[in-house]
Design a protein around this ligand. Structure first.
Ligand SMILES: *Cc1c(COP(=O)(O)O)cnc(C)c1O
Length: 372
């Protein structure tokens, strides 16, 4: 006993850090990264720009990352049809940092945050470690859907200061009905409503983005990332779109010059090559839909997905199936939902490796069906 535990802020005592295992396994389908490397032409373009930057590293980076913001705006206009003003865009080292900026500015001790779980585990971690009270809102226990009525009743009961909606939702995969987002703005009248759209680019056709609502709703924030569809998890660039007054508030809490010059350059050049980087999105969606189809044909219970992963149920014991897959060289994610595992859609070959391993395991690992 070092006594350090007693020095720690009370809300941190006894906690364990966030972290998916980073194991050296042949087929890594556990963190929803892209399996595809950054294309050579993009690597070459980034290198050329970085070379120009490096001699200037004696100076601090552009604190307002103006060129990057402009590139983000151009990309969003193309991807979603909505072109936010540059004053409405903010960025950080991953959307996790952007989410932390939001909690620093709009959360804090004595305040309450609401999310509907199972959802992204960083939402409660970010809020609770900064002293907020976290309320675990509920979804339907079998489909993981969130109905408008239920969301509204729960939000009214809590009257939160911050609401996290994750759409498409990690770890369950489905996007939220658009009216849940609209209803939340009414049901939680003093809350900043954050819609985490980390997987927006993978959504099935017809899925509406909360970006549509930002211009008319100053309490609505949409966060996105380059970590998933852009195949740039190592680049650490996330961003948000919100009312300019929200963005102004984030300037109070960000560290000075939080986006390094190389980070800004890598992200900006990547955005200029958006078509090349997003070229694998359709291939990944095909593997995702294949996962849903084949897992269901095996008698398991995959959840419909708008993301680059699939949550599936129907297992007798998730931990032993996780180990069975690992023994076969396939790493997936045990997200702590009983009888379920989450698998990222990889290349066709990786997806086949996973499905072959699952087919071997199913006879002994599937939950017994109740016989009537
Ligand atoms: C992966 C993920 C993120 C991305 O985090 P970054 O910090 O941008 O890498 C954000 N939200 C959700 C729901 C995610 O699954």
């Amino acid at each position: 006993m070092t006594g350090i535990e007693e020095l720690l802020r009370p809300e941190l005592r006894g906690r364990s850090p966030y972290g998916a295992p980073q194991l050296d396994v042949e087929v890594q389908l556990n963190t929803n990264e892209s399996s595809y490397p950054v294309p050579d032409e993009v690597v070459a373009a980034v290198l050329a720009e970085l070379e120009r930057d490096l001699g200037g590293l004696n100076r601090y980076p552009d604190r307002e990352f103006a060129e990057l913001r402009s590139a983000l705006g151009t990309y969003l206009a193309k991807q979603s049809g909505i072109h936010p003003r540059e004053e409405s865009i903010w960025a950080g080292n991953g959307s996790n940092e952007v989410l932390q900026h939001l909690v620093l500015a709009f959360g804090g001790s004595g305040r309450t945050a609401l999310g509907f779980t199972p959802a992204y585990s960083m939402h409660p971690i970010l809020t609770e470690t900064l002293g907020m009270r976290w309320v675990d809102g509920q979804r339907d226990a079998t489909t993981f859907d969130l109905a408008v009525d239920s969301a509204v009743t729960q939000a009214k009961g809590v009257d939160p200061h911050l609401v996290f909606l994750c759409s498409p939702n990690n770890p369950t995969g489905s996007a939220l009905p658009f009216d849940v987002i609209e209803a939340m703005l009414v049901a939680a009248p003093r809350a900043l409503v954050v819609v985490d759209e980390a997987y927006a680019e993978f959504a099935r056709p017809g899925t509406r983005s909360a970006l549509e609502l930002v211009a008319d709703h100053p309490r609505l924030v949409v966060t996105r990332t380059m970590s998933k569809a852009f195949t740039l998890a190592g680049g650490r660039l996330g961003y948000l779109v919100a009312d300019p007054a929200v963005v102004d508030a984030l300037r109070l809490v960000r560290l000075p010059y939080h986006l390094s010059t190389p980070t800004q350059t890598i992200a900006r050049v990547a955005l200029e090559h958006a078509d090349a980087l997003l070229g694998t999105v359709e291939a990944i969606k095909t593997q995702r839909d294949r996962l849903v189809g084949e897992l269901s044909a095996m008698g398991l219970a995959p959840v419909p997905s708008d993301a680059n992963f699939v949550l599936f149920g129907g297992l007798a014991d998730a931990a032993s199936t996780f180990q069975g897959l690992l023994d076969r060289g396939v790493l997936v994610r045990d997200v702590g939902i009983p009888h379920h595992l989450r698998v990222t859609a990889g290349t066709p070959e990786e997806t086949s490796r996973f499905l072959t391993a699952m087919a071997e395991l199913v006879p002994t690992h599937a939950a017994r069906k109740e016989t009537p």
